[in-house]
Design a protein around this ligand. Structure first.
Ligand code: AMP
Length: 361
């Protein structure tokens, strides 16, 4: 079998690594950069995602296609869909690419989310700030990830903020005074069944995921998050891994923040922390295979290595600590690698996490 992936970053790399040899699957990735991380395990076509020759090659040589990056043009996915099955489908990706469509989907289906308002011009912004107050955030509708294209209002003028966001369609969102943030990773099979990982607790710095701890044990919230996930995958006819990020507010209620129509950074720990990683589960789901019940191997934590790679030898890593270097050039706010820690004892896991955090972040 051959699987095409639009995007050749670390997520594509881990998909190809986890499933390539094991299931005799060949991966072809399309990526506009030189030697993206996935080139370690996959054949790479250096091209824009919309390049007609690259898409023709995927359509001719691959059985199915998927993505490692949700901001690929949906026209590319729609084009591919004429020839081969694409998971997730272009409609799902389109919804997740646009914060307004995503939030509208939540609201129309009674899924609690943050209070928001669409902004199309400076005047909209001025009026919305009057209503929401300075404790709110302007986010561009598109191309917002890792804290990009987000501005906290505070006491800035609407004119400055509108210019800073680039005068593009946006949403203004109430700032949530949350207890914590969690994500739910679920995988929906072609047969319609869905399997879930336990909720993961996520800690961000400057809008970028800094570290995650799993499992976040709260049976009631787990059940609620799973119900929301099933509701959404049914609505958008989804197959594969879908991740929903939530805030837990001060009343311990889930508020849906955003979705990722792909494997997710908060699920890297599943490689060593469970019997089937999110990467393998996604590939099995989109290839029409079944999966076993998901089981965790104790407690896990994942720390992102951002902007600068630490020297592995100086970290004193033990046998249950796994170091990943994506082979990227260092750049401010770029995710370059990660470390996963596994421990059967939660207290010991926190101690190891804290000592690593002191060195890394
Ligand atoms: P996002 O791209 O929407 O996931 O935002 C990245 C991170 O910024 C979130 O994970 C939060 O830590 C923070 N953030 C985003 N929106 C809000 C909000 N409405 N209230 C509080 N924090 C937020």
């Amino acid at each position: 079998m051959q699987i095409g992936i639009l995007g050749g970053g670390q997520l594509a790399m881990m998909m190809a690594e986890s499933a390539g040899k094991k299931y005799d699957i060949e991966f072809i990735v399309v990526d506009p950069t030189n030697n993206p991380p996935a080139s370690k395990y996959a054949r790479c076509i250096k091209a824009e995602y919309t390049d007609s020759k690259a898409l023709k090659l995927l359509a001719e040589e691959c059985d199915i296609a998927t993505i490692d990056f949700e901001n690929v043009s949906s026209s590319a996915l729609k084009h591919l869909e004429k020839y081969i099955p694409v998971f997730p489908n272009s409609k799902s990706v389109e919804i997740c690419q646009d914060r307004l469509s995503e939030k509208t989907l939540f609201v129309e289906n009674n899924i609690p989310t943050t209070k928001f308002c669409p902004i199309d011009c400076e005047n909209d912004l001025k009026n919305a700030i009057k209503e929401f107050g300075p404790d709110s955030i302007l986010k561009s509708r598109r191309l917002g990830y890792d804290g990009k294209n987000q501005i906290i209002i505070n006491n800035k003028t609407s004119k400055n903020i509108w210019n800073d966001i680039g005068c593009v369609p946006s949403i203004l969102e109430e700032k949530v005074d949350f207890l914590t943030e969690v994500s739910l990773i679920g995988v929906k099979l072609q047969s319609g069944e869905t399997y879930f990982y336990p909720l993961v607790e996520n800690f961000h710095r400057d809008g970028i995921l800094s570290y995650s701890i799993a499992p976040y044990e709260n049976l009631e919230l787990q059940k609620q998050a799973e119900t929301i996930h099933k509701q959404i995958t049914k609505l958008i006819n989804y197959v594969g891994v879908l991740v929903i990020e939530f805030f837990i507010n001060k009343d311990s209620q889930l508020l849906a923040n955003e979705m990722a129509p792909r494997v997710h950074n908060s699920g890297h720990w599943t490689i060593q922390g469970t019997n089937i990683s999110q990467f393998e589960a996604h590939i099995r789901a989109i290839s029409g295979m079944s999966i076993e019940n998901i089981q965790t191997n104790g407690h896990a934590a994942m720390i992102n290595l951002i902007s600068k790679m630490p020297k592995k030898d100086e970290l004193n890593l033990d046998a249950n600590t796994y170091f990943y270097d994506y082979g990227k050039n260092e750049r401010e706010k770029r995710k370059l690698g990660h470390i996963t820690i596994i421990d059967s004892n939660a207290q010991k896991l926190y101690e190891r996490l804290n000592s690593l955090k002191k060195i890394i972040t």
